[in-house]
Design a protein around this ligand. Sequence first.
Ligand code: FAD
Ligand code: DHB
Length: 393
Amino acid sequence: MERTQVGIVGAGPAGLLLAHLLHRAGIDSLVLESRSRAEVEGTVRAGVLEQGTVDLLRETGVGSRLDREAFFHRGVYLRFAGRTHHIDMQALTGGKRVTLYAQQEVVKDLVDARARAGREIAFEASNVAIHDVASGRPSLSFTHAGRERRLACDFVAGCDGTHGVSRHSLPEGALTRHERTYPFAWFGFLVEAAPSADELIYARHDRGFALVSMRTRTLQRMYFQCDPSEEPDAWSEERIWAEMRARLETSDGWKPVEGRITQKVVVPMRSLVFEPMQLGNLFLAGDAAHVVPPTGAKGLNLAAADVRVLARAMQRFYADGDRGGLDAYSSKCLERVWKAQRFSYWLTTLLHRSESDTSFDRNRQLAELDYLVHSRAAMTSFAENYVGLPFDE
Ligand code: FAD
Ligand code: DHB
């Protein structure tokens, strides 16, 4: 039997950042990941980081490439009824900015930090199982590089995303599930071309939502609302561009910068919270505990906020045996999670169209958007949620 202080399941942003924060606090951990390093580092997902996430990465020594390569935006554009409106979030929030830095770049930086620390990430681990979850002495078993391993831990952190094993290791009935599904999905793709605009464009159109984002000076990220059953390959480049042009049209003839399309995916949308986020010495963090629809760009940021709370609670425990922070972990995280759920739901329903919408819903959406871009109070509320609510210390 091997031993570590914290066994971490999953090397996504939650697991890797937790391992990094714990290492800096002198706490030992081992990270188990079912996929290969190349797959983990190559998965295209989030792009927008909250100011607090960026600050955390910088303060803990993993922000230097981000500082060189990320885009820092003052705000975002909202487009509806053929017109574009800028929301200057930096001015509305006292200086907080919107950072564009791809999730897989954050992941690469954290994998590098782990290697520099000389600590292990067991990639391509299979048959991962958590034992004695509810007890004070949990352990992990897994197969790695052809060898059966068993790991005794003080704590297990379940950072293994929506489809991981951690949550399913809990006894039936231990968690309450709060869920909302949406009758639409996102079609996401990369475009080999320079950014179409200097900041992100969130567009509401009668044909459905569209989003123009970016990755680098030569790569754009775009999304449009689609049916959840849509097959990516049913969409040719020409069909995609015709749809994007229609949804992004403005009265002054604006057009997206087109280019070769790669990496087409259909992303389902739902809101999901499991409560509580802990049992015994097992703690769930990130997508393993909650999922938001991507519209508010909150998922990765919530994962970072969870592990920030968890690392501090563990640090307090190892410093003076005080379990107070650990016992309060779930309730502390859920305060932020529910506010992010509220915001993501609000922005999703404000910008998407649903088959069941009537002319009432359409006019209500347009009135709310018009109010939003003309009321300083409404814009401030949107901005402070988008750049990230402050951490309650
Ligand atoms: P994951 O990233 O899912 O990582 C979990 C890891 O656990 C994976 O590497 C997985 O392979 C591993 N694993 C699973 N099962 C096991 C097992 N049995 N054993 C070992 N390892 C296992 N969020 C934002 O904040 N901003 C955005 O702009 C944004 N945009 C998004 C756009 C899209 C299209 C999508 C799909 C998501 C977006 N998100 C965004 C959400 C964000 O990507 C997720 O919330 C984030 O990946 C959660 O991180 P995580 O570490 O909790 O989970
Ligand atoms: C991106 C993803 C989002 O969910 C979002 O709201 C904005 C941008 C992106 O991948 O760039």
